[in-house]
Design a protein around this ligand. Structure first.
Ligand SMILES: [Zn+2]
Length: 435
């Protein structure tokens, strides 16, 4: 793959190519630089002050705040950055969705103003994310990585690293709606809340027709969407996400102010961004369904399903946060189930039994680790990690195996364009080295 620099110059240098993904990820951090951006008359968005954006809408006799940052500390910094543009009282707070980075600073924005607090009813009703126990020490957000290893978290710079998303400033909604949409006027600003499930089931888009401003919550950000996250969640329905984008495209918004990164300005740009996003998700879904119907297994599908060259070039579909391959696996598991169709895998050997037999085949743990060392020298880092795992399954404290696996994971992480994969690889490596 040729590395395309920010100046658009292709360089054939092989060593450079190897880390092109990492450097692209590093360059994407410019999206999160601190700024208060005037989107249009009376609409301002604070980018880079917290894990997610906060939008200020100036109304008659007060302000409207859409999303509230990750915690009270960030919220206070954003209020300071808004300065006299944020006129009290805050008349209303709107949560686009329930994620802690969007809902943790509400009490600071509310102050003593007793604002209306709006969301979809699903936000109130939904259970907390199930998640996964962290037995392998991985963290997709890089929360515990040292600064020199951390680049960003895909859609934000320092998710939970500097000011954790404590949720201590969350205020429960006092005005919710059910169903598809609600039309409302707050402080003289006419708005429509549109239920648009995607990144989360309760996500709403906020549409301000007279200003041409659309806030899609987390249904759009400048990365391939995180349909099937590493951090241990169900598949986020690609079909619902597509339908939500199809509700937003015909609005012909002039300004798209999403929950992360810098807004998109101009009607053509907004339409193109939302359409590419819709097409990207649809392409992966359609290809995966077609492959499943041909009898392909998940491990085969991830080799086959790709974005078209046109979609793959889009700045909105780079895999900084979500991944095409994980989407494919998530769709398979959701629509077809856990079983890949290979009878060998109906009742597989227990991991320890398989590992013992593999070590016997290799001539023992030392031989297996010698092969892992060779694999690292041959830059076959995935294979090296797999070989080390055979030893670690049998002997969880084997220091040589831990060191080799940590080396392999570090090399894999340093070649990733995907921030959550990078963070998970590097955090797992640190965990192995610490003990
Ligand atoms: Zn978010």
């Amino acid at each position: 793959m040729a590395f395309i620099s920010s100046a658009g110059v292709s360089t054939p240098d092989a060593a450079h190519d190897e880390f092109a993904g990492r450097e692209q990820l590093r360059a994407s951090s410019a999206e999160f630089r601190k700024d208060v951006i005037e989107v249009t008359d009376g609409v301002f968005v604070a980018v880079g002050y917290s894990a997610s954006n906060v939008t200020l809408i100036q109304g008659e006799g007060g302000s409207i705040i859409v999303d509230t940052a990750a915690n009270p500390v960030d919220a206070a910094a954003i209020i300071e950055a808004f300065g006299d543009r944020m006129v009290r009282p805050v008349r209303a707070i709107v949560y686009t969705h329930n994620h802690p980075d969007h809902s943790g600073g509400a009490s600071v924005f509310a102050g003593n103003d007793s604002p209306e607090i709006h969301s979809h009813q699903i936000l109130v009703d939904s259970a907390a994310e199930f998640g996964r126990g962290q037995r392998d020490g991985g963290d997709a957000f890089g929360t515990t990585l040292p600064d020199e290893l951390f680049i960003n978290a895909g859609t934000q710079l320092e998710y939970g690293r500097v000011t954790p998303h404590t949720r201590e400033g969350f205020l429960p909604p006092n005005r919710t709606f059910n169903g598809e949409e609600e039309t409302i006027e707050i402080a003289g600003v006419g708005m429509q809340f549109i239920h648009t499930p995607g990144e989360s089931a309760e996500n709403i888009a906020v549409w301000i027709p007279r200003k041409g401003v659309l806030l899609p919550g987390d249904d759009f950000y400048k990365s391939y969407p995180n349909l099937s996250p590493l951090r241990g969640l169900r598949l986020r329905s690609p079909e619902k996400w597509i339908a939500s984008l199809e509700k937003m495209i015909p609005l012909n918004a002039q300004y798209l102010v999403q929950g992360h990164m810098r807004p998109i300005l101009g009607e053509d740009s907004v339409r193109q961004a939302l359409t590419l996003y819709r097409d990207g998700i649809k392409s992966v879904l359609d290809q995966t369904f077609a492959g499943i119907k041909r009898g392909m297994r998940p491990d085969e599908l991830v080799q086959e399903v790709k974005l078209s060259p046109e979609l793959a070039q889009s700045p909105y579909l780079q895999e900084y946060y979500g991944s095409v391959a994980w989407t494919v696996r998530g769709i398979y598991a959701d629509y077809v189930g856990w079983f890949d169709g290979n009878a060998t895998n109906i009742f597989p050997l227990p991991p320890v039994e398989r590992a013992r037999k593999m070590l016997d085949l290799a001539g023992g743990a030392d031989e297996m680790l010698a092969r892992a060392r060779e694999a690292i020298e041959a830059r076959e880092f995935q294979w090296a990690a797999e070989l080390a795992d055979h030893v670690l399954v049998v002997d969880t404290d084997n220091l040589d195996a831990k060191g080799l696996k940590a080396k392999a994971l570090t090399e894999l992480g340093e070649r990733q364009v995907n921030a959550t994969a990078r963070n998970y690889y590097l955090t797992s490596a640190q965990f192995l080295l610490k003990g």
